[in-house]
Design a protein around this ligand. Structure first.
Ligand SMILES: [Zn+2]
Ligand SMILES: [Zn+2]
Length: 598
């Protein structure tokens, strides 16, 4: 008999290792099925020892030793992959099983692919780190130089992408330039058969260009020359739920261990990349093509009965001019940072903001349908908009702020004969792979984003504006915060000064890349949450924790508290702290380097 130690692969299992008995020896890295709570789950073998020698361990083991009988794949992971998994689970203070579950796509686990046929660690060399900052056209040109150079040297290139959209966009662009036959892609929509066929091309040692999302990152050809992290500043690289894995981090660990050359690319690099990468190439932007008018917004006064306008006279005139130009099919794009008709509903009588009844966040008014309704964007609760003020019983409720429906209503009203020339859209439309080029883009209300008190909001906003800029000749931004430094950087398209400014502030206030932030969230009944948080705070006191309520304190009747730790970057992962965090029950949500602190 052999004593088998395995990592169970499942999101919900909070243990790192389980022990079983096996009649035969199974080599480390094998994928096996093991019984757990009346089910069979998949697991990766870490070690197999002769049970006779391990008698003491068996006696003292608290696990019920069950027999393993289902061998799925004799060899599945290679040693370096187990190494990456261990490093990532430490870094994210998560179980190894949850990391495997996130990093290895379900379809790979279910297929006959074995990573043993893929890249292995080679002789150490000095890999290069490069970064490109500029439009997607500029980045693609640089990537193609690298790809072609790699192909000449019989090497493959991997391009990691954040979303299916960006894979499809790159795929169509590469197809246009005689690289189609070398290009393969791995993403969620592929069938198991397609994945297998592509994997076979890797095993056959073809020279390839591989477009992939994070959960296929381990499918690395033996002849890989470069790993490109495209749109490296995209928020979609960070998982939205446990274990909150960051795929940029994952790909950095992979290239570290395999000595791959790494290339970062984005229209606005992360300031972490800006700080650590010595070779950054920036696109020269021709400034004369870009005009940003920062026009003052009409003062909003709930007590004056003037209808509130999203598009003022100046904007209206610019839209007319843009429409009259000969170029382009759709000529104007209007970006609304908010959905719905209006993000705020107020009582004109007592001044109260109309709130969600389920959680305490302001509701958004929707008027698209014949029955206007109030929708909560935090918990999804919906109710009719025909109501009195809950505080003073007045019927004088009115809506403020600019949502996309309000913009569309004004467009319908002012440009009835040219509706097909003007497109309105939200963030989702900005990031969609659509390649329309506009004469003019308008951002009527950037202010509701600028007022969000989050540490990364400037970077997010700047990046979105730059992406809009790629699609248009001219941008008009309407804001009442004319003097904000951010708007000056945007106006001058000065990413250099922006990065320097951001890095200074991040150093001063203790954020990445200087500090590693760890956010721990607890939700539930108020008293329970408070007492659990107090206990956690006491246990973590050595690391100077701060406890604060979530931006929206209650969601779906659950009270939410966050605890924040800030550690000097070179002190993370800290063994003692990692071990403690990994021992916490799953009701403590641990997010290392969170995307938001709200
Ligand atoms: Zn009222
Ligand atoms: Zn709500």
């Amino acid at each position: 008999m052999y004593l088998i130690t395995v990592i169970p692969i499942a999101r919900g299992i909070n243990v790192d290792e389980l022990t079983y008995l096996s009649p035969s020896q199974i080599s480390p890295g094998s994928l096996i099925g093991v019984p757990l709570r009346k089910k069979t789950i998949k697991a990766i073998v870490l070690s197999a020892d002769d049970a006779k020698k391990q008698k003491m361990a068996i006696k003292s083991s608290t696990f019920l030793l069950k027999k393993v009988d289902t061998l799925v794949k004799r060899k599945f992971l290679s040693d370096w992959q187990i190494g990456v998994i261990k490093k990532l689970s430490k870094y994210h203070a998560s179980s190894e099983g949850a990391v495997i579950f996130s990093l290895i796509n379900k379809k790979i686990l279910e297929s006959s692919i074995s990573f043993d046929n893929f890249k292995n660690i080679e002789i150490p060399k000095k890999p290069s780190h490069l970064a490109f900052e500029g439009t997607s056209k500029f980045r693609l040109e640089e990537y193609i130089k690298i790809i072609k150079n790699n192909l000449r040297n019989n090497q493959s290139t991997i391009i990691l992408c954040p979303t299916l959209d960006s894979i499809q966009k790159l795929e169509s662009l590469l197809a246009k330039i005689e690289l189609k036959s070398n290009t393969i892609s791995f993403q969620n929509k592929k069938t198991k058969r397609q994945i297998l066929l592509n994997a076979e091309r890797i095993i056959n040692n073809e020279n390839l260009i591989i477009l992939t999302t994070g959960s296929f990152l381990f499918l690395i050809p033996e002849n890989t020359g470069t790993l490109i992290i495209e749109e490296e500043n995209s928020r979609w690289y960070k998982m939205q739920s446990r274990p909150f894995l960051n795929f940029v981090k994952a790909s950095e660990e992979v290239s570290d261990i395999l000595n791959l050359n790494v290339v970062y690319g984005d229209i606005l690099l992360r300031c972490e990349t800006y700080e650590k990468t010595k070779k950054i190439q920036k696109e020269k932007i021709i400034k004369k093509d870009i005009t940003i008018l920062t026009s003052k917004k009409v003062k909003e006064d709930p007590h004056k009965n003037q209808p509130y306008k999203a598009l003022n006279k100046e904007i209206e005139e610019s839209i007319k001019k843009a429409i009259s130009k000969k170029t382009g099919n759709v000529k104007v794009f209007i970006w609304s940072v908010r959905k719905g008709f209006a993000p705020i509903v107020l009582c004109l009588h007592c001044g109260a903001t109309v709130m969600c009844e389920n959680c305490d966040s302001p509701v958004v008014l929707y008027k698209k349908t014949t029955d206007p309704y109030l929708l909560c964007h935090h918990c999804g609760a919906k109710r009719s908009a025909l109501e009195k003020c809950k505080k003073c019983q007045s019927w004088k409720l009115d809506s403020f702020g600019i949502g996309i429906e309000r913009i569309q209503e004004e467009v319908n009203d002012k440009f009835k004969n040219n509706l097909d020339l003007i497109k309105t859209g939200t963030e989702k439309d900005v990031y969609a792979g659509d390649e329309t080029y506009y004469n003019l883009a308008v951002v009527p209300s950037i202010d509701s984003l600028l007022s969000i008190p989050d540490f990364d909001i400037d970077e997010r906003l700047f990046r979105t504006i730059l992406i809009i800029k790629e699609k248009t000749k001219e941008i008009i931004i309407q804001t009442k915060y004319n003097d904000l430094p951010l708007l000056q950087y945007i106006k001058n398209f000065d990413t250099n000064e922006f990065h320097k400014d951001r890095l200074n502030k991040r150093k001063q206030f203790g954020y990445g890349p200087y500090k590693v932030l760890i956010k721990i969230t607890v939700r539930g009944k108020k008293e329970t949450v408070i007492s659990e948080m107090n206990e956690l705070k006491a246990n973590l006191i050595k690391w100077k924790p701060t406890v604060f309520p979530a931006f929206i304190k209650t969601v779906k009747n659950q009270f939410i508290l966050h605890l924040l730790l800030k550690l000097p970057a070179d002190e993370w992962p800290d063994d003692e702290l990692v071990a403690y965090l990994q021992s916490l029950p799953p009701s403590f949500e641990i997010n290392v380097e969170p995307y938001t602190l709200l």
